[in-house]
Design a protein around this ligand. Sequence first.
Ligand SMILES: [Cu+2]
Length: 472
Amino acid sequence: MGLRAIVVVAVLGVCAACRTAPAPASEPDRLRDEFTGAYPEQATPNGTVREFELVAAPTEVPLVDGKSLAVWAYNGQVPGPTLRIRLGETLRVRFTNKLPQETTIHWHGVRLPNAMDGVPYLTQAPVKPGETFVYEFTPKDAGTFWFHPHVRASEQVERGLYGVLVVEDAQPPAYSRDLVWVLDDWLLDESGQIVPEFNTRHDLMMDGRWGNTITINRHTDTVLHARPGERIRLRLLNTANGRVFVPDFGDLTATIIAVDGLYLRAPIPARGFELAPGNRLDVDLVFDHSSPTPFEIWDRFSSRRPNRLATVELDGEVVETPRFPSPAHAKVPRWSEGLQEPIAHTFRLNARSGGPFGIAWTIDGVAFEGHDHAMAMAPGAKLVRGKFARLHFINESPRIHPIHTHGMFFRVLARGGTPVDEPYFRDTVLIHPREEIDLGGVPTDSGTWMMHCHILEHAEAGMMTTIAVEDP
Ligand SMILES: [Cu+2]
């Protein structure tokens, strides 16, 4: 890195020397200009308010073989209800907590006012048992998002508290069907119930709590029945505490059109994407009339132990395939000069012994002591709204960390110092053991936002910090 830095300085020096008037825009301005139009800075409410009622409570649902499973759920369902609205509409959710614990709702991936972000103490008081809180905001982006508690998440999410927020385009593309698949895994005991020990030493030392039962929308052995010719928009999201999925669609014609909600610069084949906890993937699936059947969809995160996620069977009458170009969003900046920018902050990810769990996960040597201390802690980084920022991460640990930023999207600029041009924004990126990555982004919303590992056990044991986005 040292050598590279010297070379960059030298090159910039030469360029500066040969500049003639009028001076070109400075580097940060160019990066900012490249971003302009990538996504809107403001929401544009169209006046329609969509109201939903959400109640979090203990309940029982059938799982796997139909046996009853004790869970915590939104509106008695796992996954919770899928809230569907259109871009421009305002979401109003009247939320009631009937759990035996405090809770909140965080709207993962949604750019919204800081006060609606659902982080206890930092953006709102925790919602106590019996209390109600109204969340209201107009999303700025169409896409696949989800919601979950930000209190004791390693327990509350694991017990079943999560749901999906779909913000449809103002004019949705004409897919035959629009499906949501919530991927999760459960750690069940011999009686088929959720193992009630959370944040175990094993989970904390390793990559969080990995279950023994993988489900899609709470079901194992998922079969997708498709008509020949159908074209389906499949919205995948990973709500597991720790497990990473790498969906493999085999011979199916599968194209990624959106990552973490937002459309790509151009669609790419659905192959090899690491769907880490928190990530979403929208896949454009075309079922050719002559496609062999059945297909199988596998998770190949572990090459030694792949998991079959689902089977696809083509049956029924042939339908005409809707013909339109896969949706894309050309305005995803390349930021090829982003790596020449000074680093706004370097985050070092590591662990040490100690803390309430015996092992603490740290960012820059500091373990987050709980949301009630968040206001007293110095922010992990300070950024300026509307300005390009380069963030550097060094994973000094031998474990994986899917890092999630609240309130902002970013682009991966480099892995291990090597430039990469992922043609999409993200809000969550998996950082591998000992890996270094560079991210670039332009925060659009002021406030103090959480940044944390989305392996919920790591987050619970300290791997959280805040990013303060200040007005220019
Ligand atoms: Cu982690």
